[in-house]
Design a protein around this ligand. Structure first.
Ligand code: HEC
Ligand code: HEC
Ligand code: HEC
Ligand code: HEC
Ligand code: HEC
Ligand code: HEC
Ligand code: HEC
Ligand code: HEC
Length: 345
């Protein structure tokens, strides 16, 4: 996760705030839900995400329950940085926000309840954004558990105000405003520059099983859901790359949206190093007298103007005919033929 991405998340929120408060003016709200890390005085509590949650998305929602009339403003800090919140009506029992930007790994969400300019209460929730792409974020500390929000126990708190029965919803293209996912998950798409075909048309249920367990589970393995629309040109290749061969397409591609091309979860230049750190620490491909090895990154690529030169300039990220999946190389011709594609020696 880079800073830039997180800032974008918040810009999106500020822009999208013409809220629907009137809809719920009369809604009642039961008093279950989990407290934050600090027990506090009970004037406010963080309902979602619960303390010590593990999420697998850089965006999270924040739902805070309020005692009637206890606060007239909330302040939010994500990793000690103040984040401005859109306007909400604090006379309600519950206030909801979407699209908190998280960093990969450990995050601290702090909510401060204010009344008349004075601090009433302060609560924290620790959230771990887990990702296979970053060594230090690939497993959560002890005591943290995967947050499974969808399911009757957790959802019932929200049901007075939100529609959470999806059994009759369409699995195909749906206008945004009538998608049952839109209200709570719109920032998953609106935050990013590139949105993936089926997500862009809110066909969320083409990949999330509305009858599955746990509720709304993504169809697995990923490769099956991807190959429903993308031809499988990789399995037949002689050598398959670890995560692609395992069918974990979503490890590298965000199935929904991203600021990077091909919906990559991070830039093509950083993507590979998350799992192959060692490549950056020793000379690669050639060991010359300078001992520097072959460059693995150049912007722009001197041989292919308009592109960046990265690992994928030489390696196919999915599969190939040579053991290291060299691009456009049959694995039989002399290795120099591969080098000539750029160097024309
Ligand atoms: C008292 C009614 C009420 C309850 C209970 C409630 N919500 Fe909301 N929620 C709303 C309203 C109203 C909105 C529209 C945004 C606004 O004006 O607050 C909303 C919006 C949201 C959003 C989108 C926020 C945004 O920034 O666009 C999310 C996410 C959300 N709710 C999740 C939840 C979850 C999860 C629960 C249960 C833990 C829950 N809500 C319980 C009334 C409620
Ligand atoms: C009432 C708000 C709300 C609605 C409506 C909603 N979600 Fe969610 N969803 C959440 C919250 C809150 C989480 C927890 C993660 C987060 O904070 O974003 C979540 C998490 C998820 C997860 C991760 C697994 C889990 O259960 O935690 C999936 C998958 C998901 N939602 C899919 C969907 C799809 C698909 C739809 C539409 C059919 C949908 N959601 C509608 C609020 C909602
Ligand atoms: C092309 C298939 C596909 C489509 C379409 C799709 N999803 Fe997903 N979604 C996935 C997969 C696969 C995962 C699991 C990702 C992973 O394992 O990291 C996922 C994960 C999620 C998560 C959970 C992130 C977390 O906390 O783990 C949410 C929330 C979610 N999807 C919501 C949606 C919504 C809302 C839509 C519609 C706008 C949608 N999805 C459309 C495939 C899809
Ligand atoms: C319901 C059909 C559908 C499913 C399922 C699906 N895709 Fe797509 N995908 C599309 C469409 C439509 C496009 C847009 C094609 C275009 O704009 O050229 C697209 C585009 C892409 C692109 C960009 C390709 C390019 O050349 O720009 C990538 C990468 C991608 N999908 C990956 C995936 C992955 C990974 C999965 C599985 C998690 C998946 N897709 C599942 C329909 C689907
Ligand atoms: C190790 C990371 C990684 C995994 C795993 C991965 N991809 Fe990719 N994928 C990439 C990268 C990087 C690119 C961009 C390649 C480039 O820039 O030339 C890409 C490009 C693509 C494209 C568009 C260009 C093309 O080659 O057609 C599609 C479609 C695609 N991937 C689908 C998939 C599917 C489906 C899977 C699972 C079977 C998958 N990917 C698994 C990293 C990955
Ligand atoms: C999620 C982790 C992950 C990511 C991201 C990843 N790889 Fe891999 N890669 C693996 C695994 C696992 C293997 C199999 C290791 C083995 O068999 O020794 C592998 C094997 C390879 C091999 C073959 C190594 C050998 O000795 O045979 C190459 C080449 C490679 N990866 C290149 C890349 C490139 C280029 C990227 C970026 C597009 C990338 N990898 C991204 C996990 C990853
Ligand atoms: C100039 C083309 C080129 C670039 C750029 C490149 N590689 Fe390689 N890579 C190769 C070739 C050729 C081999 C086989 C070398 C050998 O067998 O000694 C290889 C081997 C590998 C291997 C397996 C052997 C080993 O050294 O561990 C991995 C893993 C790998 N590359 C990953 C990467 C990653 C990650 C990047 C980007 C940081 C990258 N490569 C950039 C051409 C390249
Ligand atoms: C996909 C294109 C590509 C391929 C294939 C490729 N190279 Fe390169 N090579 C580059 C780029 C880009 C540079 C950096 C040139 C620059 O910065 O001006 C470079 C630089 C070099 C250099 C000069 C090193 C330096 O520090 O200036 C040598 C030597 C070299 N390559 C050898 C090879 C060999 C041997 C192979 C085959 C194993 C190969 N290259 C394959 C793109 C490639």
């Amino acid at each position: 996760m880079d800073i830039d991405l997180r800032q974008r998340a918040w810009r999106g929120i500020a822009a999208g705030m013409r809220s629907l408060l009137l809809l719920v003016a009369l809604a009642a709200f039961s008093s279950t839900g989990s407290a934050g890390a600090d027990s506090g005085t009970g004037q406010i509590s963080i309902v979602s995400p619960p303390d010590r949650s593990v999420l697998e998305t850089p965006l999270a929602s924040l739902v805070v329950r309020l005692q009637s009339g206890s606060v007239d403003e909330l302040q939010l800090f994500v990793n000690k940085r103040r984040v401005s919140l859109p306007k909400r009506d604090y006379s309600h029992y519950t206030v909801c926000f979407d699209g908190l930007g998280l960093m990969s790994g450990a995050n601290e969400i702090k909510v401060v309840g204010m009344k008349g300019g004075k601090k009433v209460e302060e609560l924290k929730s620790r959230v771990f954004y887990r990702s296979d792409l970053f060594a230090d974020a690939s497993s959560a500390p002890d005591g943290f558990t995967r947050y499974q929000y969808h399911g009757y126990q957790t959802e019932k708190v929200c049901m007075p105000c939100h529609q959470l029965d999806f059994t009759a919803a369409s699995e195909g293209e749906t206008p945004a405003a009538s998608s049952p996912c839109y209200q709570c998950h719109k920032k998953m798409l609106s935050t990013y520059a590139n949105v993936h075909g089926p997500a862009a048309v809110w066909a969320c249920l083409s990949c999330h099983n509305k009858k599955g367990t746990p509720k709304l589970v993504a169809v697995k393995p990923d490769s099956k859901s991807c190959f429903g629309c993308h031809e499988d040109i990789w399995s037949p290749m002689k050598y398959g790359h670890g995560p692609t061969a395992a069918g974990s397409c979503a490890t590298c591609h965000d199935p929904h949206a991203s600021n990077y091309r091909y919906f990559l979860r991070t830039s093509a230049g950083d993507l590979c190093l998350g799992c192959h750190e060692e490549i950056a620490t020793k000379p690669h491909v050639i060991v010359g007298f300078s001992n520097a090895g072959h460059p693995v990154r150049r912007t722009p690529d001197p041989y292919h103007p308009g592109r960046e030169f990265t690992c994928v300039s030489c390696h196919n990220p999915h599969a190939g005919s040579s053991p290291v999946f060299l691009q456009n190389y049959d694995g039989v011709a002399p290795a120099s033929d591969f080098c000539k594609k750029c160097h024309g020696m």
